[in-house]
Design a protein around this ligand. Sequence first.
Ligand code: UD1
Length: 422
Amino acid sequence: MYKYLKINYSPKLKGTVTISGAKNAALPIIASSILSKSEVNFINVPEVADVKTLLKLLKNLGAEFKFENHNLKIDTSDINNTTAVYEIVKTMRASILVLGPLLARFGHCKVSLPGGCAIGARPVDLHLKALKLMGADISIEQGYINAKGKLKGTDIIFDKITVTGTENIIMAASLAKGKTRIINAAKEPEVTQLCEILKDAGVDIKGIGSDEIIIYGTDGELLEFKTTEIIPDRIEAGTYLAAAAITNSRITLNNVIPEHLEGILVKFKEMGFDFEENERNLTILPAKKIAPVKIVTTEYPGFPTDMQAQFMAIATQANGMSVIEERLFENRFMHVPELNRLGANISINGKVATIIGPSKLIGADVMATDLRASSALVLAGLIAKGETNVHRIYHLFRGYENFVEKFKNLGAKMEILNEEKP
Ligand code: UD1
């Protein structure tokens, strides 16, 4: 039985919210523990469903771990199985992150193909092409990627910027023989933190944070990791800022790196919101009048696709016409018909959504389709008159820690209920 989230009209929020560790940093970093000689300790690890899924996958391979109070101790020295099974991979595409490290350490592995997902086809061809260039022999059989071979450094040019693709190759190259040069690498802060951790663990890496990363592999020698704290989640932070924006409220975020939020803050400012910044704290101030906005999603440091749905929810309250172009994923407008069910005025033409605001929203039953779409529906639910029920809310728990508690602390009226049978 699925749970659903009931949200009652909550037109004002206030207070402070502490941002958790970044899911998208934690996932590759946990996968990188496959490259370690001994137990690894990561702190500030978010307790979200996707992290638990990856730990389940690693346990299935033979790793042991202890995860409490955001402190993860993981020991991969006894991994005795190199097959990442469909049953786990199908629930989380980022499981593909074990491919590079497993192949680099064991010289062979079998990882289920992740398949499609609600936001588009999302292939892994670029991961495979790069590993082949490094000398891997790769075949696809019965839905599984079979990879084997000893990896050698080489030049990799990504035709498209891919976050997990870059991370997979960085991990594979860390244990490969010789020099790997990744051209057109992703520059997301999560990629940067992975590089820094591997560098601290003994890998010679140059160009960290740039689009050209050079890795001198250890030729099979396992790494010695230092205890590391996962960076704050910039998308979770952006989502709480969006909650403040849609309700035109003042809230403060603790534990953020404002620099990581630059591409998002620019758009809030264009909409009329102002900020007070203070090292790891950030306060958003209400706008006099919410202005419409033009957004194009792109790779870091541009505006992230993972914030597109939340900004669309805010745009329903802007005074005028906003335009949002989604350049990364072809099917990431699934929240549009649901926002329209609440009374929004949004039309789609290919990759472009046009939002006419402001609209008076009225509570209704709506369906979450993916992680970020769910948060956009919750944001809209805050300002919709009456009661909004967001169904399939499990999507939300894949990436947001203590979502309901954090929102309630800010004054939002919401509760999780058991799905009723029709
Ligand atoms: C990561 C993030 C996700 C975010 C996305 C874009 C994690 C765990 N997930 O996903 O939250 O929305 O980056 O910022 O970090 N592509 C190919 N072939 C490939 C790989 C990618 O064509 O082999 C395409 C994709 O379909 C997409 C684009 O490249 O159009 C970017 O995708 P990518 O950066 O790989 O996304 P993920 O790493 O899956």
